[in-house]
Design a protein around this ligand. Structure first.
Ligand code: ATP
Ligand code: MG
Length: 507
């Protein structure tokens, strides 16, 4: 308890010093209530599975993400467990119970299974000692839950609930850290990151996902050991980066990457922006502008078909100006230009996304947005011709909605009137796009029967009546949408009969 209060005091101080901290500390009573609720919700699963393992003489514990998230009031149907059983024993124990069982990674001790709505992964305890001289691909299995928890990345991920008796295990004070929304490593951060440098990326990812701050000792170790990230595969770094960018608080994670120097290794284009003043010579640099554009792009995600979080849209916001440092030119009159920073930026973005092993589709989409982010600025006060508007739409292709988001988000002027003017001009461009595409759809609309079919149906040859019939069917199509050939023929014959009737009556 002494540690907890000491800790608490330190944290409240940090709290005052960290103006960016997005969320207030949690109350312990709320944490307890959330866990109790979640354990009750998942009771049917944990009671049954826990008894199966206990009856066979093994320990089973809910661990990591699900325990942490239960405390935060977030519910999961994907549940991770740790066990004293070896993978073969786990497999046998779940075989008669689950509806499907699979091998997630036997060498690492993980068996997966599904039962009803529950998706479960059960991993054999890892050993507490780590031998850096051993280069064995297999992990060493361990015998104690405490040892297993000690090998985990952060204290908030190193908590467990034994099942079926629901004993709470928290050897590293994770619950106190969670209440104060703090990421700390169970042991010395240097040892932890030396075991697995990916954990440095995970610190930034969890900061962004959970809105947590990071213990100063962890930040110091990340700063000192940033270059160690280079031994980690590009794919694993990319996966953490994607999670970070798609999280609720990407700014927290990105700031941490930049401040520790990790970004210099994994996304050097981002810190490079910090050297730049923006094009208006304000004190706001391009780096800060970029983070604001990202925040604004996130706010506009509701306009996208999926509703967000949208990685492509967010990453394009992050990369849209990366060509600026290389294209900057100071003119004699004190102004500065960034000619072709869109094209240069798109090239740089492609190179980075290739290095991070992104798919071609994602890379193409992001690069296209970076390359087109300035196009709208040629629109001025609306003097584009219809064909220029069509070209804008055609070039944007599938990315049109995201281009709308990026272009709107890219306005960070503090001049309210100017911002409002840009917004209205873009509204107007979107209205023109909508109107043109509607008109063009109408222009290309055809009735349900063509001229030959009309002549066949009415048993007439070419002449004025065919044109009238065509117009009748086109009007019908506009009024009622597509009818199909049979219904159109029927309507046509009715119209023809009525028309002959009136012409006879009047004639
Ligand atoms: P989510 O799945 O919601 O992203 P999570 O906490 O479950 O979050 P995972 O990456 O699925 O994260 O990992 C599951 C658990 O395994 C973590 O909570 C942590 O305890 C442990 N873990 C995962 N990766 C590492 C690592 N590189 N080093 C140490 N522990 C790890
Ligand atoms: Mg998980």
């Amino acid at each position: 308890m002494r540690r907890a209060t000491g800790h608490l005091r330190g944290l409240l101080l940090d709290w005052l010093l960290v103006p960016d901290a997005p969320l207030p500390p949690l109350r312990m009573t709320d944490v307890q209530r959330s866990v109790a609720d979640e354990l009750d919700r998942i009771a049917p699963l944990i009671d049954e599975l826990g008894r199966r393992f206990r009856d066979a003489g093994h320990e089973l514990a809910l661990v990591g993400g699900p325990v942490r998230d239960a405390m935060l009031g977030r519910q999961h149907n994907d549940l991770d467990f740790a066990t004293s059983a070896r993978p073969e024993q786990t497999e046998r124990l779940v075989a008669g119970w689950a509806e499907a069982v699979w091998d997630v990674g036997r060498a690492f001790g993980t068996i997966g299974c599904r039962k009803g709505e529950w998706q479960v992964e059960i991993t054999t305890y890892r050993s507490e000692s780590y031998d850096p001289t051993s280069r064995k691909p297999d992990v060493d299995f361990g015998d104690s839950l405490a040892g297993d928890l000690g090998r985990r990345d952060f204290t908030v991920n190193a908590m467990a609930v034994m099942v079926p008796d629901r004993r709470f295990e928290d050897p590293y004070g994770g619950v106190v850290d969670l209440a104060h929304r703090l990421l700390r490593t169970p042991g010395r951060p240097e040892d932890s990151f030396s075991d697995d440098p990916l954990r440095m990326m995970r610190a930034a990812r969890f900061a962004a996902q959970l809105g947590f701050s990071v213990d100063p000792a962890v930040v110091a170790a990340m700063t000192a050991m940033a270059d160690r990230i280079e031994i980690i595969s590009a794919e694993r770094v990319r996966d953490e980066l994607v999670k970070l960018v798609c999280a609720p608080f990407p700014r927290l994670g990105l700031t941490l990457l930049v401040e520790t120097g990790l970004a210099d290794r994994v996304l050097p284009e981002l810190p490079a922006l910090a050297l730049e003043r923006d094009e208006h010579h304000r004190h706001k640099d391009v780096y800060e502008h970029t983070l604001i554009v990202l925040d604004q792009a996130i706010e506009l995600e509701g306009r996208l078909p999926g509703g967000g979080p949208d990685f492509v849209s967010r990453f394009a916001a992050l990369m849209h100006d990366v060509g600026k440092p290389r294209t900057r030119k100071f003119l004699g009159d004190g102004t500065v230009t960034f000619h072709h920073h869109d094209v240069v930026g798109a090239k740089m973005t492609r190179k980075r996304m290739k290095a991070l092993r992104f798919s071609n589709d994602e890379t193409d989409a992001v690069c296209q947005l970076v390359e087109q982010h300035l196009r709208f600025h040629g629109y001025g006060s609306g003097e584009w011709t219809d064909s220029a508007v069509r070209r804008y739409v055609r070039d944007a292709g599938d990315q049109l909605e995201r281009l709308h988001v990026l272009t709107r988000a890219d306005c960070t002027t503090r001049n309210r009137r100017k911002a409002e003017r840009l917004r209205r001009t873009y509204d107007e461009l979107e209205e023109r796009i909508a109107k043109l595409s509607e008109e063009e759809e109408l222009a290309s609309m055809r009735p349900d029967l063509d001229g030959n079919q009309i002549m066949a149906a009415l048993e007439i040859g070419p002449g004025r009546e065919v044109g009238e019939a065509y117009k009748f069917l086109l009007d019908l199509r506009m009024d009622r949408g597509p009818l199909g050939e049979d219904a159109a023929r029927e309507a046509l014959l009715e119209w023809w009969a009525a028309r002959s009737g009136t012409s006879r009556a009047s004639g």
